[in-house]
Design a protein around this ligand. Structure first.
Ligand code: SAH
Length: 355
């Protein structure tokens, strides 16, 4: 039995599934899911992420959060949380960089929201001695001040896709054609959740809807609004997305999303407008959506790179320069990736972001 067998049987029995149901099975099926069964990161895996490219990323995000904690009067105790911590690299870099912030480590309780048993094990070894608590969902975060990071978490949440058809929408679905997985369209119907998209789309346009994103954002935002705190959400995407952004990556190469279910990473661009609106409804302020390169430059990544470069020569120096470029340059991750900050309405946004 493979995930393909499982999906084929499911579609034969119940008919085509939504793109979100397909994505959820591919990524998180308890037995065959992509994240459940492996550590997908790094050169030997399928993709790499900012914290895996350079320690500077986690260090600067950590210092921004810690400054925000100081600015809000150093509340204690507080939750230091991460959504989808991957190998735990970002959190380890954040903890090293904040060692010198008086009281920060003594007051923090680390919570990691992670669905993958394989990655929980990697996080446990990266964070040995820090006693993190693992949670299944953001709803389980403690009711206390919350300082949180999420890098490339929201892009892994399942999306539904809809094609505009007059005043309604046809949902894109995964079915079977000659026994193979194939995209098709459901009947046109009204979609109340897409009412606002009737203004900026035309017949035949494709829009995406990530139903899981708003409840997660609301859970975080409610804690920040009630108890103080801040969140730094980093991902690729934009303010209100248009078009098909579902993407599969295998061994660092784009792949057909239907060709190897459960064996390739599947992601979609994040619609930051939906996150910001969920935060606002929960009573929380949100920052201007800021390109990652601008954010990191404001936090001093170039000075940090110079300091790290000091003793280096040859290949290690070249790789540091390449990492700095990759994280910040508009042709690399600098513009594609964006940062959204959440913070209490009476507080300032975390350093690096504007209201
Ligand atoms: N933040 C890390 C890893 C990004 S990969 C980095 O930057 O390197 C996505 C992460 O989110 C993985 O840890 C994955 O297991 C986790 N994840 C994906 N969907 C999830 C869900 N629904 N609930 C909890 N964790 C999830």
């Amino acid at each position: 039995m493979s995930l393909l067998d499982h999906l084929t049987a499911r579609i034969r029995a119940d008919g085509p599934v939504s793109v979100a149901e397909y994505m959820r099975d591919c990524l998180l099926h308890p037995q065959f899911g992509y994240y459940t069964t492996r550590d997908p990161l790094g050169a030997k895996g399928d993709f790499t992420t900012a914290p895996e490219i350079s320690q500077m990323f986690g260090e600067l995000l950590g210092l921004s959060l810690a400054q925000s904690w100081l600015d809000q009067g150093a509340p204690a105790p507080f939750t230091l949380a991460e959504l989808g911590p991957g190998r735990g690299t970002l959190m380890a870099d954040l903890l090293r960089a904040t060692r010198g912030v008086p009281g920060f480590h003594a007051a923090m309780r680390i919570c990691l929201v992670e669905a993958s048993p394989a990655l929980r094990a990697a996080q446990a070894s990266a964070l040995e001695g820090c006693a993190p608590a693992w949670l299944d969902t953001a709803d389980a975060l403690p009711e206390q001040p919350l300082f949180l990071i999420a890098n490339e978490f929201f892009d892994a949440l399942p999306i539904r896709q809809f094609l505009r058809a007059g005043g309604g929408w046809s949902e894109k679905r995964v079915g079977l054609k000659h026994g193979a997985l194939s995209f098709g369209l459901g009947p046109a119907a009204p979609q109340p959740a897409l009412a606002h998209r009737l203004q900026d789309t035309r017949d035949g346009d494709l829009v995406e809807l990530c139903e899981a994103a708003a409840p997660v954002t609301a859970a975080i935002a409610a804690r920040i609004a009630r108890h103080g705190g801040a969140a730094l959400i980093v991902d690729y995407g934009d303010w209100r997305a248009l078009g098909d952004t579902l993407q599969a990556l295998r061994a660092h190469q784009p792949a057909d999303p239907l060709s190897t279910p459960g064996a390739a990473d599947l992601t979609a661009h994040v619609d930051f407008e939906a996150l910001a609106m969920a935060a606002k409804t929960a009573g929380c302020a949100f920052s201007r959506l800021t390109p990652q390169g601008v954010f990191l430059e404001r936090l001093g990544i170039t000075d940090r790179a110079r300091a790290l470069a000091g003793p280096l020569q040859g290949a290690p120096l070249e790789s540091l320069v390449a990492a700095h470029r990759r994280l910040t340059h508009p042709d690399e991750m600098g513009n594609l990736f964006k940062v959204l900050g959440l913070y209490p309405s009476q507080a300032a946004p975390p350093p690096g972001l504007n209201p």
